[in-house]
Design a protein around this ligand. Structure first.
Ligand SMILES: Cc1ncc(COP(=O)(O)O)c(C=O)c1O
Length: 378
């Protein structure tokens, strides 16, 4: 395929050449195991610690600890299971929401097998939870609330600041936030957040790099056993080059956050205007001027998979459902929760931007959307 227009950045992003360069250099130079006590091992260990410090200083966090993982799925599992197993003597109730990524929702539902009670909050027509519903769901047995900052399908932004402020009044409850689609893109105040997860591959780092950041005072139980790396919370030989290059990617994306936001907002506004002018064909599922990175819409009377395939044949990559849905779950939970309409939930299209996308690419997308919609009507 000659020229590809990649508009599926919420599924995964292209690695930044500078980050890849760091990865390559570190792989060659710091190949020794950071757990080895010889001089080379200790050099690797120092670089690992410097990477943690760089992440914490970039994110302006003072009382926190970084646990490197293989990605956000592992970080979410560690946060949820690790917290619940370590703190079960304090209570057995967990609260989450219906719009969470499966790595949170399924993990929390799984905790029922271990005697935990689970409340799954609904989302409103804008795709976010209502703080009052959360407040009513809290009981004296609640020990964990886990919510995503930004929804990966429609881009909805949960009221993380308000939830954090509410939960300050409940010292027994830890607040975990899935920051995967927010970090480096949207400002989310993390003051009252106890733990949060990040995936490297969504921010131009390498696949296989992720992390959980937690307040030092939060106690977790390791969910897999081994050599005791990462403060005994994530055993397995450290993947130094992945971790150090992730630290670099976090610094790069954060330093360009405002500039990237402005660029992406122009693309978002152009596409939204086109969709708003064509409400006979499309129903818009994203209403978030403050998150221009994801635009989600449903086709009123055509199959989204046909449109996505036709765009792909023309070199334009977009998603119908988010990449994390298994093939048999062929509708969007969050769009169904927002609209209560199964046809719309089956026929969602997600366009997800990156700072390197251009207005010209969006114009090409719009021209192709027009043409394909005419073709599939016939
Ligand atoms: C919101 C959200 N959370 C978690 C994940 C899982 O991340 P990973 O692919 O690193 O396991 C994703 C990936 O799509 C996501 O979008």
């Amino acid at each position: 395929m000659d020229k590809v227009i990649y508009l599926d950045n919420a599924a995964t992003s292209k690695v930044d050449p500078e980050v890849l360069d760091s990865y390559n250099q570190i792989t060659l130079k710091y190949f020794a195991n950071p757990s080895s006590i010889h001089a080379l091992g200790q050099e690797s260990s120092r670089l690992l610690d410097k990477s943690r410090d760089l992440i914490l200083s970039t994110l302006k966090l003072n009382h926190h600890e970084v646990i490197f993982t293989s990605g956000a799925t592992e970080a979410n599992n560690l946060a949820i299971k690790g917290y619940c197993f370590a703190n079960r003597s304090r209570g057995n109730h967990i609260i989450t929401s219906i719009s969470e990524h499966p790595s949170v929702l399924k993990t929390i539902l799984d905790m029922k097998e271990f005697g935990f009670e689970v409340t799954v909050l609904p989302v409103n027509s804008k795709g976010v939870i209502e703080v009052n519903n959360l407040k009513s769901a809290i009981t004296d047995k609640t020990i964990l609330v886990s919510l995503m900052a930004v929804n990966n399908e429609v881009g909805a932004i949960n009221p993380i600041k308000e939830v954090g402020e509410l939960l300050k009044n409940y010292p027994k409850i830890a607040f975990h936030v899935d920051m995967v689609q927010a970090i480096g893109k949207i400002n989310i105040p993390l003051d009252n957040v106890d733990m949060f997860s990040i995936a490297g591959h969504k921010i131009h780092a390498l696949l296989g790099a992720g992390l959980l950041i937690k307040e030092k005072k939060i106690i977790l139980k390791a969910i897999n056993q081994g050599g005791g790396q990462e403060n005994a919370l994530r055993s397995g030989t450290n993947t130094l080059a992945l971790s150090a290059s992730l630290a670099k990617a976090i610094r790069l994306i954060t330093s360009k956050q405002e500039e990237s936001f402005k660029k992406v907002k122009i693309l978002h506004d152009r596409l939204m205007n086109y969709l708003k002018e064509n409400t006979d064909k499309y129903v818009i599922n994203s209403f978030y001027d403050d998150n221009p990175y994801i635009v989600n819409f449903s086709l009123k009377s055509r199959k989204a998979s046909v449109l996505v395939e036709a765009l792909s044949n023309r070199g334009i990559m977009v998603s119908s459902l988010s990449a994390c849905h298994s093939k048999k779950e062929n509708y969007s939970d969050v769009v169904y929760a927002m609209t209560n309409d199964m046809v719309l939930a089956h026929n969602t299209v997600r366009i997800s931007f990156d700072k390197d996308n251009t207005l010209e690419e969006v114009e090409t997308l719009i021209t192709n959307l027009e043409n394909i919609m005419k073709e599939i009507k016939q």
